[in-house]
Design a protein around this ligand. Structure first.
Ligand code: AHG
Ligand code: MN
Ligand code: MN
Ligand code: MN
Length: 337
């Protein structure tokens, strides 16, 4: 039967990004392709360590605290080192910003390229020891004309990013990427060591049936958020209530939202005045992907991608997902005092 014959018409990440680059014409020099290849290599290296974590004593705390005041896990530190080394060695980067490092890294002339990469090396740290899905999130800016690579090159609105994506380490490793021409998903074929295009042109359903919030924070949430949550849990008939799904790894919660639709939220609240998620390497990349997939990403009162950061570890309120669901939420922000 035909289903027993393996497909020989396989598109890999590299060939796909190359062919997209060709469509960009003169603007594409192949440098972005090489940078994305470096990021995909990094993710394979991290993925294999995630798989072996329990066996080679990689679970548990590293013993340090990062600039966010969070305890670092061994895998946070390892993933950060892998990213920094491989991005520097790629020769394509000028500025690197990592969740795990207080200051930006400026690449020395010998290795300097024209891209800046902001990243969360290991997202979902609290899930590591339980073997639940975790990920890596990244965003890419091109250094501004004439710039030698300064912090100003990354303190720019999210809509200036040229590429963004994440890798989710789950039952398989999935890389989801945008270069501003839609969103594509690739799955790591461990035997080939290649990311294969498995989810071309991801589109978020215009409305979903799932909400994804840490509702344990309800007592701190602002009134519009609680009013919105009430509206989807106690809808007036014939509408039926939404399902709750919350993994606590942004990568996994956003991945599900892109594929199934619905709304993901991590609002600012009375306790976390600026929210929890970090603008540069969590909110911006996920907002870019969401918009490119046809969804909306907002703070509740404004477009996330229009925020201009003033510091590299700045936080922001995040709601993203299906267009109609996020529009409903925005209505509550307009109407509920
Ligand atoms: P990180 O593990 O990179 O520090 O990020 C954790 C973030 C994000 O992954 C997730 O959406 C959120 O924190 C979960 O926070 P709560 O545990 O407060 O729900
Ligand atoms: Mn962290
Ligand atoms: Mn994170
Ligand atoms: Mn992290």
């Amino acid at each position: 039967a035909s289903e027993e014959v393996p497909s020989t018409n396989i598109v890999t990440l590299t060939s796909h990004v190359l062919s997209e680059g060709l469509r960009l014409g003169a603007a594409a020099t192949g440098d972005l392709t090489l940078l994305l290849t470096a990021i995909s290599f990094t993710s394979k290296f991290i993925a294999t360590n995630v798989r072996k974590a329990r066996l080679i004593n990689l679970v548990g705390l590293a013993g340090d605290t990062n600039v966010q005041g969070e305890e670092q896990k061994k895998l946070d530190v390892l993933a950060n080192d892998i990213m920094i080394n491989s991005l520097r060695a790629s020769g394509k980067t000028a500025v690197l910003v990592s969740e795990e490092l207080e200051d930006a890294i400026f690449i020395e002339d010998q290795f300097k390229g024209k891209y800046c990469v902001v990243f969360d090396p290991l997202d979902g740290s609290s899930n590591i020891d339980a073997g639940v899905n975790i990920g890596t999130i990244f965003g890419v800016y091109r250094v501004r004309n004439e710039s030698t690579g300064t912090v100003e090159d990354v303190l720019r609105a999210g809509h200036e990013m040229v590429a963004a994506g994440y890798i989710m380490y789950g039952s398989s490793a999935n890389l989801v990427l945008t270069t501003g021409q839609g969103v594509n998903g690739y799955t790591l074929d461990a035997a080939l060591g290649e990311y294969i295009l498995t989810h071309p042109n991801i589109q978020i359903p215009p409305r979903g049936k799932i909400y994804s919030f840490n509702e344990g924070n309800s007592m701190y949430f602002h009134p519009p958020v609680n009013a919105y949550l009430k509206s989807i849990k106690y809808p007036s008939p014939p509408k039926t209530p939404y399902s709750a799904r919350y993994i606590g790894s942004m990568v996994a919660d956003v991945h599900r939202t892109l594929l199934y639709g619905g709304i993901f939220g991590y609002p600012n609240d009375k306790k976390s005045k600026s929210g929890k998620l970090r603008l540069l390497y969590e909110a911006f990349p996920m907002a870019f992907l969401t918009e490119q997939a046809g969804g909306i990403a907002t703070t509740g009162t404004g477009r996330i991608l229009d925020i201009v950061p003033t510091s590299i570890h700045q936080r922001c309120s995040v709601f993203l997902g299906s267009r109609d669901d996020v529009l409903d939420l925005i209505k509550f922000y307009k109407e509920v005092p």
